[in-house]
Design a protein around this ligand. Structure first.
Ligand code: PRP
Length: 182
């Protein structure tokens, strides 16, 4: 494989582009089975999920809408987290089936808070789909309905995931060398 500058900062490739696309196609079929004929709204969380969203939605061969949120959760420990929207949904979700698409579930705080916020708007359902599930870092209990891959407790970059806003455009998921961030 031709190496570019970013590849040199990768300790090892956790999931290749080929492996990701295979799994994404499987998820697309599963989602078609579960959602075709429903009033589905896919909600993507910026920015990390953009590459997963682009591939996943093309693998979901049926009609649905897509919208975007940008949010962060603040607070720590047992204090309930406050979710702040930098960008909220454009549409009303009353009575709709909502699928949140994420790149990674880490502590779980962002998704838990986002799911609760969306549930308060009276949708028919809210489910979660995450490409990566980093269980070792979980701080709150949250059920991820559709999971691409488990993720070891490593600093992962690529396929949308960043370190200081860089590396999102790597086509695979890799582990960042320690010397880059330590
Ligand atoms: C990442 C990821 C999730 C969140 C998961 O976003 O996309 O939204 O962190 O972490 P949690 O489970 O600990 O809440 P990030 O804040 O890095 O922003 P980005 O997507 O713009 O890179």
């Amino acid at each position: 494989m031709h190496k570019n500058r970013m590849d040199q900062d990768v300790e090892y490739v956790m999931y290749t582009r080929r492996k990701i696309l295979k799994r994404v196609r499987e998820l697309g079929k599963e989602l078609k089975n579960d959602y075709e004929g429903k009033n589905l709204l896919v909600v993507s969380t910026l920015k990390g999920s953009y590459m997963f969203l682009a591939d996943l939605t093309r693998a979901m061969e049926f009609p649905f809408d897509v919208d975007f949120v940008s949010c962060s959760s603040y607070g720590s420990g047992t204090v309930s987290r406050e979710l702040v929207f930098k960008k909220d949904l454009d549409c009303d979700i009353t009575g709709r089936d909502v699928l949140i698409v994420e790149d990674i579930v880490d502590s779980g705080n962002t998704l838990k808070a986002l799911k609760e916020r969306l549930l308060s708007r009276n949708p028919n359902s809210v489910k979660l789909c995450s490409l990566l599930d980093k269980k070792a870092r979980r701080e709150v209990e949250i059920n991820v309905d559709y999971i691409g891959f488990p993720c070891e407790n490593e600093f992962v970059i690529g396929y949308g995931l960043d370190y200081n806003e860089k590396y999102r455009n790597l086509p695979y998921i890799g582990v960042l060398k320690r010397e880059i961030y330590e």
